[in-house]
Design a protein around this ligand. Structure first.
Ligand code: PEP
Ligand code: MG
Length: 369
């Protein structure tokens, strides 16, 4: 096995010397970040923050999202700030010297809110119902959505809940400052999810910049922090030229982009009718697994080109599941993206595939960039 390990390591080194695509990881804990780094990740392309709001912190999230009164929301946000700062400090430490793209909260809200029926039953069963339960039920009813995946998520949530974006950005900025003071080399980037129009991005960006400046002023330690956006809605892809003017980077969220381009639920479609479609030959392979070059892929290609034309410094990558899929990696290489980001365990294969893609591009003389 020693010889085999040497051969694999040799192949990986060779692939690394050839490839133009960088390979980053999707990771949201220090442990995953360290694992990814050991497997050769060149940074974190997507640090989701949703899991950081579950478990014991759920009650705080409910208070933050549902609070009618400003004081309760502000208290919840104040309690979340140090927890988030710890989350980010650990991840930045594990990825010291490498980019860490932290995405602002993008929860499908139904996963966070208390169950409406349960709540109603609890109120009905109680002799003297808790007024908090009543308030919660009213709020849940107000926020209940038939299609949470097309609802109050991503940038919309950040714009709707006062103080949420500021809390997360402050946590990032304070974590960066703490790492700088400890002699580290933190390289945080902030990413705004589910943007459909440049106006949303401009509003969110203004808030992010305001908080970064505020913390820099307080600490006297300014630092660079690129601010970018996910491109995961067809409208964002089609207006990429305008969006690029307010973004330092694009990260293609091909999971949502596939869902919204095809009108197929990423949570349900594979289980319900994909078997039939695969049988009937409509699909050779699930478009959630391998990039659909004619539809979703075209949007990626159009948006990357338009984005770069409008903003020559724009960095482009992909952080949907396709970032770790071999056939998709070849496609992303051909359309000239700068990086793919995938689950830690897929990193070695992604490095090899990115190397092969570069080799094929050279042999064909087709590399555009
Ligand atoms: C995506 O939509 O492709 C993505 C990376 O974001 P998430 O899977 O968290 O929605
Ligand atoms: Mg998404």
């Amino acid at each position: 096995t020693g010889a085999l390990t040497d051969a694999v390591l040799g192949a990986l080194r060779h692939a690394d010397s050839l490839r133009r695509l960088e390979v980053r990881a999707n990771a949201d804990t220090p442990e995953d970040a360290a694992r990814a780094r050991a497997l050769g990740a060149q940074g974190i392309g997507l640090c989701r923050t949703e899991h950081m709001f579950l478990g014991e912190r759920r009650a705080l999230v409910e208070a933050m999202i549902l609070a009618d009164d400003d004081t309760a929301r502000e208290q919840a946000l104040a309690a979340l700030l140090p927890l988030q700062r710890e989350d980010f400090t650990g991840i930045l430490e594990a990825m010291d010297g490498l980019p860490v793209t932290i995405r602002l909260l993008d929860p499908p809200l139904h996963e966070f809110l208390p169950d409406r029926t349960e709540l109603a039953l609890r109120i009905a069963a109680a002799e003297d119902p808790d007024p908090r339960d009543r308030a919660l039920l009213k709020a849940v009813e107000r926020m209940d959505e038939q299609n949470p995946m097309l609802g109050l998520r991503g940038v919309r949530l950040g714009l709707a809940v006062p103080g949420l974006t500021a809390m997360q950005v402050r946590a990032v900025a304070e974590a960066v400052t703490a790492r700088l003071r400890a002699g580290g080399d933190p390289r945080a980037e902030i990413m705004i999810p589910l943007v459909g129009t440049v106006e949303e991005l401009r509003l969110a960006r203004t808030e992010v910049e305001r908080v970064l400046a505020e913390v820099a002023e307080e600490t006297g330690t300014p630092f660079d922090c690129p601010i970018g956006t996910m491109i995961e809605l067809p409208r964002a892809a089609l207006t990429a030229d305008r969006i690029a003017e307010a973004a330092d980077f694009f990260s293609f969220g091909t999971n949502d982009l596939t869902q919204t381009t095809w009108g197929l639920s990423r949570d349900d479609a594979e289980a319900s009718f994909f078997p039939l479609y695969l049988d009937q030959g409509v699909f050779e392979v699930s478009p959630f697994e391998t990039i659909d070059q004619d539809g979703v892929g075209r949007l990626v290609e159009i948006a990357a080109a338009a984005g770069r034309a409008a903003n020559p410094d724009l960095e482009t990558g992909v952080c949907g599941e396709h970032g770790g899929d071999p056939a998709s990696i070849h496609f992303f290489h051909r359309v000239g993206l700068d990086y793919v980001s995938c689950s830690p365990f897929r990193i070695p294969a992604a490095r090899l595939e990115a190397g092969r893609a570069a080799l094929i591009g050279r042999a064909e003389g087709s590399d555009s960039r």
